[in-house]
Design a protein around this ligand. Structure first.
Ligand code: NAD
Ligand code: UDP
Ligand code: UDP
Length: 313
């Protein structure tokens, strides 16, 4: 019998790519989503496939299904969305993790957590290795996300130690690609939508802050490799592309690829915005034999193609 896999947040950006990949590999896939930031259209091409099922459900409530593996991705990921209802964001991370861990415990499923580089906060160590404990404000506007995700990691490791659960914790660094929400507010989608619409490109602060951008296909490859590792491998493990760019460089690259005449405008920097971020991926290279292969230029070109089509709809 095929393996049954649950993907929470299955209609979101990463979740939709993961569901497609798992169906293609022959798994039976159950996507669960409350459609807060996710969309049915992201998985429209899977809806007629008998190996795929989509369920409307909020992970802060218990879920009783029978599965062999769980990828826990449910959680809004962009600052404007996770700060819109911050209490719900913490509940999603914490209650969602408890419910999915409780489910994994009952059905003896392996469970992977989509954690984040926000675990490191505004890092004082650069690049960030998994051993770094982070520099996180516990009471700021980003805290609902950062501390929610940190508590979820705690829960994963306590279920592992206390109940022997098979866990995999992935710390994801900024990832982009098709199926990002056009009004998601994240930098790559914002810049591309602005450039394609001829609107000003909004840089927050002076644009010297850096991020390291991973194309979605590379990340999904790492997810499936991590899930397939020996039970002894729990993570946390950084997943991302170490190529680091300033937001000014990103804006210029997007302008070039879209041949846009949009000018650049500077807006205030949001509070607690990390100044720099770059994954140390030595562990992923060693344990997963994985390294990202898609350059920023190639990844942006594919993402621009997607947004061109979406905006034309
Ligand atoms: P996304 O917003 O597109 O996807 C999140 C999905 O979860 C959406 O479909 C949303 O509707 C759903 N969701 C939110 N709250 C829910 C709830 N209570 N119950 C059920 N579903 C719920 O974002 P994404 O970029 O695809 O992120 C997926 C996961 O990866 C998130 O957990 C995020 O924290 C993590 N992550 C993403 C990135 C990135 O750069 N894309 C980086 C670090 C971590
Ligand atoms: N849970 C769930 N699905 C299951 C099993 C458990 O959603 O198949 C939820 C359940 O609501 C519980 C949580 O997971 O609150 C944690 O479960 P656990 O067994 O760890 O703890 P307990 O049931 O003792 O609270
Ligand atoms: N950013 C920006 N313009 C935008 C959106 C974001 O300059 O229109 C900046 C933001 O301040 C941050 C970086 O881009 O420094 C990445 O932001 P994003 O929200 O994509 O991810 P995160 O801050 O969570 O890494």
């Amino acid at each position: 019998m095929e393996k049954r896999v649950l993907v929470t947040g299955g209609a979101g950006f990463l979740g939709s790519h993961l569901c497609a990949r798992l169906v293609k590999e022959g798994y039976e896939v159950l996507g669960v989503d409350n459609f807060y930031t996710g969309r049915r259209r992201n998985v429209a091409s899977l809806m007629t496939n008998p190996a795929f099922e989509l369920m409307r459900h909020d992970v802060t409530f218990p879920l009783y299904v029978e599965v062999d593996e769980i990828y826990n991705l449910a959680c809004p990921a962009s600052p404007i969305h996770y700060q819109f209802d911050p209490v719900q964001t913490t509940k999603t991370s914490v209650h969602g993790a408890i419910n999915m861990l409780g489910l994994a415990k009952r059905v003896k499923a392996k469970i992977l957590q989509a954690s984040t580089s926000e675990i490191y906060g505004d890092p004082s160590v650069h690049p960030q290795p998994e051993s770094y404990w982070g520099n996180v404000n516990p009471i700021g506007t980003r805290s609902c996300y950062d501390e929610g995700k940190r508590c979820a990691e705690t829960l994963f490791f306590d279920y592992h130690r206390q109940h022997g659960l098979k866990i995999k914790v992935a710390r994801i660094f900024n990832t982009y690609g098709p199926n990002m929400h056009p009004h998601d507010g994240r930098v790559v989608s914002n810049f591309i939508v602005q450039a394609l619409s001829g609107n000003p490109i909004t840089i927050y602060g002076d644009g010297s802050q850096t991020r390291s951008f991973c194309y979605v296909d590379d990340l999904i490859e790492a997810f499936t490799r991590l899930m397939a590792t020996d039970d002894a491998i729990t993570g946390p493990i950084n997943l991302g592309n170490p190529n680091e760019f300033s937001m000014l460089e990103l804006a210029e690259e997007v302008r070039r690829i879209t041949s846009s005449k949009s000018n650049i405008v500077f807006k205030p920097l949001p509070s607690d915005d990390p100044a720099q971020r770059q994954p140390d991926i030595r562990l992923a290279k060693q344990l997963l034999n994985w390294t990202p292969t898609v350059s920023l230029r190639d990844g942006l070109e594919r993402t621009v193609d997607y947004f061109r089509r979406r905006l034309a709809d």
